[in-house]
Design a binder for this molecule. Structure first.
Ligand code: ATP
Ligand code: MG
Length: 322
């Protein structure tokens, strides 16, 4: 099993990113024969226009991932742009990509439907993503529900390249991540940077508490029994505690006679405790930014080795090497 996943440095990571993606990365690095995790700064370029901010988000993302348990001895952690082989591979794939296929992709389609201007970067995003995956012979790609379509595009492109030139690429499979697309934000909608409803994994404990207190709740009286499963507060609480505490809280909901304030306090306590170790570890890593850079450099060297082989294979197959 060769696992690959990328995450965009478009802001600091929030609870949705952790439970929807990063936690699974940490689990998978221990099960896979090889795990490649990259910070997708080339993809982020289509949304982050401030160069200094992009630099900062990129290093922050690396530091955050290490603090949260990505282990450089088990996984190859690198920055997307440090592997230029991927963009070369992207061009080869581009020549095999029908326009209609990209026109159907939802990131572009959604933007166009809203009447927003789209650029070629957004339009061809699925091709770069295909190159990201194929460059490492990855067979397992952990993704959220929203990315399944892009994995299908990747399989299509790889399949048609193979059909024309012989077996060059490994066809990957999407691995839908548990909890993906499920973590609710402070307004009850899906937690998402662009909805401004996030709580950051590395927010100061005091800010976490404040943000939790602001989570929207309904106005039903305290005495009324409530269904835990349909309540975003309970859904969030469940993420941070074990089965026993989850059941205790669920029982409290069904019985009624308690206030949302109590749940919020329990949620904030549980969240702060859950991330306490990572929070401390991150403080340590902040003191040694050189170490983080070295990890990224080593990761890029490893990634380039693999991507170089795959690129060579693809170039030879299509007549670019002469
Ligand atoms: P944007 O608002 O720009 O879409 P985002 O905050 O939704 O940003 P993404 O970059 O879209 O973050 O997602 C990064 C990863 O985190 C993806 O794997 C995505 O599926 C996962 N993820 C994001 N938000 C959630 C959420 N609320 N619940 C579960 N998983 C999530
Ligand atoms: Mg999103």
């Amino acid at each position: 099993m060769i696992v690959l996943s990328g995450i965009q440095p478009t802001g600091r990571f929030h609870w949705g990113n952790y439970f929807g993606a990063i936690r699974q990365y940490v689990e998978l690095q221990n099960q896979a024969d090889a795990a490649y995790y990259f910070i997708a700064n080339l993809h982020a370029l289509t949304t982050v226009e401030d160069a200094e901010l992009l630099r900062r988000y990129t290093l922050d993302a690396a530091t955050d991932l290490l603090a949260l348990g990505i282990n450089p001895d088990r996984a190859t952690l690198f920055v997307q742009s440090d592997v230029p082989e991927v963009t070369q591979l992207c061009w080869l794939l581009m020549t095999r990509t029908p326009m209609g296929l990209l026109e159907r992709c939802h990131a572009y389609k959604d933007k166009k439907a809203k009447g927003l201007p789209a650029d070629a970067g957004l339009f061809t995003y699925p091709v770069l993503m295909a190159a990201d995956i194929l460059a490492y012979d990855a067979d397992t790609v952990p993704v959220g529900e929203d990315q399944v379509q892009h994995i299908e595009v990747c399989r299509d492109l790889a399949g048609s390249f193979n059909h024309l030139y012989g077996e060059v690429f490994v066809l990957p499979k999407a691995k839908i991540m548990e909890h993906a697309a499920k973590v609710p934000g402070t307004d009850g909608e899906k937690m998402s940077k662009s909805y401004n409803n996030t709580i950051g994994v590395f927010d100061e404990p005091a800010s976490v508490r404040k943000a939790v207190m602001r989570i929207k709740t309904d106005s039903r009286p305290v005495s009324e029994p409530k269904d835990p499963e349909s309540d975003p507060l309970y859904q969030l609480y469940s993420l941070f505690v074990d089965e026993k505490r989850r059941e205790e809280m669920a029982a409290l909901y069904r019985r009624g006679g308690f206030g949302y304030g109590e749940v919020k306090k329990a949620l904030a306590d549980a969240a702060v405790e859950y991330f306490a170790e990572a929070y401390e570890y991150r403080k340590e890593l902040e003191k040694t930014p050189r170490k983080v850079r070295e990890i990224l450099e080593d990761g890029a060297a490893m990634a380039r080795k693999r991507a170089g082989e795959v690129l060579h294979r693809a170039q030879a197959a299509c007549g670019i090497r002469y």
